[in-house]
Design a protein around this ligand. Structure first.
Ligand code: ATP
Ligand code: MG
Length: 330
């Protein structure tokens, strides 16, 4: 489990202060994957550096499985860092070393006995699906294979926590999904606690149990995937369940509706239309399954002059979220 409490990081540039993290608190339960998303400059990389204490937080605390990192002494800190495995956008392998030698590197640093290193590094390569590639050099591996070696190396010190900073941003879609499946599988198998920094919503949709949106150094939205998605009109909901832009026809009121679970949109809309004797026009729609829950997100338009209030009230009564469209900041 990762616990971050009121983390602040202020950089000084001459006499100017840059508040990169402005009181970030976060809890990621063991065995789960938490996504951190946010625009450029939001503080994502700073958060990663502060989590590993590569960069000292200005204030606040970080603990992993109850062990406080922020107040640890030099020795303890080094031991604590070994409980954290890191994966980056590029695997950053050493070109002059084979796959197995790259994986062995963190074990050499802590002076693991030589025969133990060999077996462990080979085991790890097998775990990430690279049995048979022990003696391949990075130049002989594909991007996805290199990232697998990077993952094996991150796991070498038996970490409790895996920090992934844009782990698939350099990979093609198919390889991305393979690597994400591997991270998900390893999380469950090894009982890891995982934090994934990403700018790709696809990554969040595929593997995250929960997600935080970072903006201006603060967490402005957070929660389980299905809860943030269900929050119609929020930035995370809009990015998780995007609707294509579509010009309204005429001047009729436009509503955005969001429903989840087994509810099928068509019978619900048909019965609503019949009840109020309205011709409803679907302008845009998307149906997606997130964290095992199906979501439907629609933009519908009423005929010119029709009052949307009774329809909206009726749909809300059916457990559907409704808002007037065009009110979002985007
Ligand atoms: N070493 C530093 N000195 C001064 N300011 C810094 C330093 N590192 C980061 N910052 C500032 O802190 C803020 C957050 O930066 P950070 O790199 O964490 O953003 P990010 O979310 O990772 O962005 P990106 O998506 O572009 O990688 C920015 O305003 C940045 O300019
Ligand atoms: Mg960054």
């Amino acid at each position: 489990m990762i616990t971050v409490t009121d983390l602040r990081k202020v950089y000084r540039q001459g006499n100017r202060e840059v508040v990169a993290l402005d009181g970030v608190s976060l809890e990621v339960p063991k065995g789960s994957i938490h996504g951190i998303v946010g625009h450029s400059g939001a503080g994502k990389s700073t958060l990663v550096r502060c989590l590993t204490l590569l960069d000292a937080p200005t204030s606040g605390s970080v603990s992993i499985n109850g062990a406080e990192l922020s107040s640890a002494g030099h020795q303890d800190l080094r031991a604590a860092r070994r409980r954290i495995g890191m994966i980056f956008q590029h695997a950053n392998l050493m070109d002059s070393r084979t796959a197995v030698q790259n994986v062995a590197h963190p074990l050499e640093i802590v002076k693991t006995p030589k025969d133990r290193i060999r077996t462990r590094a080979a085991e790890l390569l097998k775990l990430v699906g690279l049995a048979g590639f022990e003696n391949a050099y990075p130049s002989q591996l594909s991007g996805g294979q290199k990232q697998r070696v990077g993952i094996a190396r991150a796991l070498a010190s038996d970490p409790d926590v895996l920090l992934c900073d844009e782990p698939t941003s350099a990979l093609d879609p198919k390889t991305t999904d393979e690597i994400l499946a591997l991270i998900k599988d390893l999380t469950a198998r090894l009982g890891l606690t995982v934090l994934v920094i990403t700018h790709e919503m696809h990554v969040v949709k595929r593997i995250c149990d929960s997600v935080s949106l970072l903006a201006g150094g603060r967490i402005v939205e957070h929660g389980k995937l299905r809860d943030v998605a269900a929050n119609l009109g929020s930035e995370l909901s809009r990015t998780l369940l995007p609707l294509p832009a579509a010009e309204p026809l005429g001047s009729g009121a436009v509503l955005e509706i969001l429903y989840s679970g087994d509810r099928a949109s068509e019978p619900m809309l048909t019965s609503a239309a019949r009840r109020f004797d309205l011709d409803l026009n679907v302008l845009a729609g998307s149906v997606e399954t997130l964290a095992g829950t199906q979501f439907g997100h629609l933009r519908i338009q009423l005929p010119d002059g029709a009052d949307p209030a009774p329809l909206a009230a009726y749909l809300e009564d059916q457990g559907v979220s409704v808002r007037a469209a065009g009110k979002d900041a985007a």
